[in-house]
Write a protein that binds this ligand. Structure first.
Ligand code: SAM
Length: 239
């Protein structure tokens, strides 16, 4: 069997999400109620290519971790879930540094619309950076894709969720920015993202007074670890 197989792949679509930087994006899909869309491109932007897709409630998105491709890959990785100390084989993890840089996420399909001549699949639950190239779209087929008694190794359970509090200034800001059409569902998105505690695993092990920032929509959200969990301190227009 030749080990020299290679294949040229091309984006069939691009994913548009509120996640403007990698830090803060949930580690897997379905953890945060986040909405966005997949915009078909080139010859794939054809109504025939999605004919019948509306009969499915969920889709598999196959994509490229395009922002990590330049760093290449290693045979072992340090999964954040194991505290960043223990090494596992890259194929035993969902690491974003992979031989072909391919990710897969199941997302909920809300609708198929046309916007400015582009076919857009309205989705939710994705764990993708804004602008991620999509290399394939497949329907989720419950009878074969859902395996309730499957063993999930180190990732058997969803990550722990932390309480999220807004200081009074951030309360007023999230009300103001959340009322804008360009940042819908803002409060729920901030709560969902920060409840995952996006910090690197080694930071969680000790007291941490650092000020953190995540970029959602066109905003920078500043937060830190407080006595009662995650404290949102300020929202302001992104740099
Ligand atoms: N569900 C997919 C899988 O299992 O293949 C992705 C899991 S991976 C752990 C999820 C992380 O990928 C996100 O938290 C984010 O940091 C990173 N990510 C998302 N889109 C990316 C992109 N376009 N380039 C590089 N990293 C990306």
């Amino acid at each position: 069997m030749s080990a020299s197989f290679s294949n040229q792949i091309t984006a069939v679509a691009y994913c548009r999400t509120p996640y403007k930087q990698k830090f803060g994006i949930p580690r897997q899909p379905g953890l945060v109620d986040v909405h966005g869309y997949v915009e078909l491109t080139g010859p794939f932007n054809d109504p025939d290519s999605v004919r019948g897709l509306e009969q499915y409630s969920h889709l598999w998105l196959l994509f490229c971790f395009h922002e990590n491709l330049a760093q290449g890959w290693k045979t072992t990785v340090r999964p954040p879930r194991l505290g960043g100390n223990e090494k596992l084989g890259v194929f035993a993890t969902r690491s974003t540094f992979r031989p072909n840089g391919i990710g897969q996420s199941v997302v909920k399909l809300h609708g198929i619309v046309r916007r400015g001549g582009k076919i857009c699949l309205e989705i939710s639950g994705m764990d993708l950076l804004d602008g991620t190239p999509i290399i394939d779209i497949k329907p989720y087929i419950p009878f074969s894709d859902a395996i309730p008694d499957a063993i999930g190794g180190m990732a058997q359970e969803a990550p722990v969720q932390y309480p999220v509090h807004f200081c009074s200034e951030a309360e007023a800001q999230v009300a103001r920015y959340g009322a804008r059409p360009q940042s819908p569902n803002l409060r729920a998105l901030i709560e969902g993202v920060l409840a995952q505690d996006p910090r690197p695993a080694y930071k969680k092990a000790k007291d941490d007074a650092k000020l953190y920032q995540v970029a959602l929509y066109d905003l920078d959200i500043f937060w830190q670890i407080g006595p009662k969990g995650i404290e949102v301190l300020e929202l302001k227009p992104g740099m």
